[in-house]
Design a protein around this ligand. Structure first.
Ligand code: FAD
Length: 426
């Protein structure tokens, strides 16, 4: 089985490692960027994602670049604690939770892919632009899972075009996936009218030194967590002023001092928020964007994965994590058909159907839960806090977090006991 993965982000690279570990040797990643660079700011990986990377043999490497998150705490605008809970191993998980620089995580995965699958396993400056079933039928909604292999069209920055053959194309090309758009042209991105501003700042540890804090309310909030010793990652969320601009573009910059002005008086004895934000070299703005859960992830031999399948608001630390889970389940579902590289057409089709059946309901539920968390839940908690009902707000948050962990696949008991998605290579 020849697999092409379009997109060398966290989802695509984890898919390459997972397929390789499960016994598939003909796997190649096509990445649109000219080189893999350490871009982005922080991501948080709860224990369900860390488990999967650990089972891929990356536990030690992760421990070297991530900060084990020990606590999640909610504070009001005055810096008063609403509720906190322990996280990671201290909360009874068999695996830690990590806060990590997104670019370092991507680099770690990229290095592992090159080391295990060979230097040619990732081709950069290769943008997937479309695909066709080799039999000439095309690939789209409603096309039966035909036995024919695919021809995948690819372009580089110079405008040269290439064709690659594959038995399976994994679309891991992110929130603005052109491959998803090819099969679901009506599935556009939408914003909830909120803008996120993000940055990283060198600075002293705060609170436990490994805390993740959410400060504020439904109108204005700030999330802060360390991603390296002496480096804090921050995110400020507020309603968009005017036009949100381009959705799904992670690379728009702005002046951190302008962001800090929104929280000029948020100076607490445990953290000076405006100084933290103003201390960044750069800030990036990103309109909160997602799309409705989609009814189909597998279109013949095209399988959507990661943000291409389920872009979600980054509230709940699950964007990258759900992509990692997709990757592991895809490899597990295909490998369980038992044929490895010699997978028959029927085995590939059955594996893809099992992948979608296992992952789509979970990831769709997380998409919707993230909308609720960012919207209704914050509004309810904030209303309680404004009435000085901190006790009720605390109970509510505790219940919401417990429910969220269950639906996203990381309540401690279930995760600790769930069978592994590792498959012995045939
Ligand atoms: C530049 C960038 C910065 C980000 N910064 C943050 C951040 O700071 N914090 C955060 O929480 N999340 C960030 N994210 C998003 C986060 O990484 C994803 O939500 C999550 O990891 C899901 O991963 P993914 O692999 O599905 O998608 P992505 O991580 O978006 O990866 C998609 C990859 O596909 C490539 N690509 C796109 N189109 C094509 C194509 N047609 N053919 C081939 N390759 C293609 C992209 O260059 C990218 O490398 C960022 C994403 C990007 C691309």
């Amino acid at each position: 089985m020849r697999t092409l993965i379009a997109g060398g982000g966290i989802g695509g690279l984890t898919a390459a490692l997972s397929l390789h570990a499960a016994g598939f040797s003909q796997v190649q990643v096509l990445e649109a960027a000219s080189q893999i660079r350490q871009v982005g700011v922080g991501v948080n990986l709860p224990p369900h994602a860390v488990r999967e990377l650990t089972e891929l043999g990356l536990g030690d490497a992760l421990a070297q670049v991530g900060i084990p998150t020990s606590e999640l705490a909610y504070y009001d605008r005055r810096g008063q604690l609403i509720w906190s809970e322990v996280r990671g191993k201290a909360a009874g998980y068999r695996w830690p939770q990590y806060s990590i620089h997104r670019g370092k995580l991507q680099q770690l995965l990229y290095d592992a892919v090159k080391a295990r699958l060979g230097p040619q396993a990732v081709l950069t400056d290769r943008r997937g632009t479309g695909m066709q079933a080799a039999a000439g039928k095309g690939v789209g909604a409603g096309v039966a899972a035909a036995a024919a292999a695919l021809q995948v069209q690819v372009r580089n920055h110079a405008g040269d075009t290439f064709e690659h053959s594959a038995d399976l194309l994994v679309a891991a090309d992110g929130i603005r996936s052109v491959l998803r758009q090819a099969v679901m042209p009506a599935q556009g991105l939408a914003t909830n009218g909120w803008m996120m501003y993000r940055g990283i700042t060198p600075g002293a540890p705060f609170l436990s030194g490994t805390s993740m804090v959410i400060i504020g309310d439904e109108h204005l909030r700030v999330v802060v967590y360390p991603i390296e010793p002496g480096v804090n990652n921050w995110l400020l969320v507020r309603p968009v002023d005017g036009d949100a601009g381009e959705l799904g573009n992670w690379n728009r910059e702005m002046d951190p001092a302008q962001v800090a002005a929104h929280v000029a008086d948020w100076r607490f004895d445990w953290l000076d928020v405006p100084a933290l934000i103003a201390g960044s070299e750069k800030a990036w703005l990103y309109p909160m964007a997602d799309f409705d859960p989609i009814p189909q992830w597998v279109f013949g031999r095209l399988a959507l994965l990661g943000d291409a399948a389920h872009a979600m608001y980054p509230f709940g630390s699950n964007g990258a994590s759900q992509a990692i889970l997709d990757a592991r389940v895809l490899a597990w579902a295909l490998a369980r058909q038992g044929k490895g590289d010699a997978a028959t057409d029927a085995a590939i089709d059955a594996g893809l159907a099992a992948y979608e059946a296992e992952r789509r309901p979970v990831a769709s539920a997380v998409q919707l839960a993230n909308r609720r968390q960012a919207g209704d839940v914050m509004a309810r908690i904030s209303a309680l806090v404004r009435q000085d009902a901190h006790g009720a707000a605390k109970d509510e948050l505790k219940a919401v977090e417990a429910q969220y962990k269950k639906l996203a696949g990381f309540d401690a008991e279930t995760l600790n006991q769930r069978a592994s998605w590792s498959v012995e290579a045939p």
